[in-house]
Design a protein. Sequence first.
Length: 164
Amino acid sequence: MLMLSTRITARVVGLVDLRCLAGLHRPNAASLGPIPLIKPPYARLVAIDLNQGEIAWRVPFGEGSRPIRNHPLLRDVELPDPLGTPGANGPMVTAGGVVFLGGGDPYLYAFDAATGREISRVATEFRTSGNPMTYRSREGRQYVVIATGAGPDARLVAFSLPEE
């Protein structure tokens, strides 16, 4: 039997104050219909420097909901772009320093892993529904694949990366 031991030192770098939700027992109690009662962005992509134990960068992530953006109660409210889409799947990071992930909306996103700058946003026919994956063809071309849709609309969508 092989046993490995790794020493991990952790420290708190921030806390989330959820007192605003105290006493609310419904899953959607922090919303008024489709309108969240919290300030956007509703999702962020966050990179943590594990050597320093600090947040390296944090950016709003995902387009957000059209029903929120187009709701009549918010007609005169200036909403940020992007709003952020909660519930995104996991990211994939390439050796070249690019973070790929789907935002639970109909886009595949690419971010610079060092800075958090959005490099690309590519439309998909349906909402992304899985973690991205990658493969290289026999000819050496790299592809990123992501699951989109659900049920009869479910598909895998592949994008080729630029050749070097």
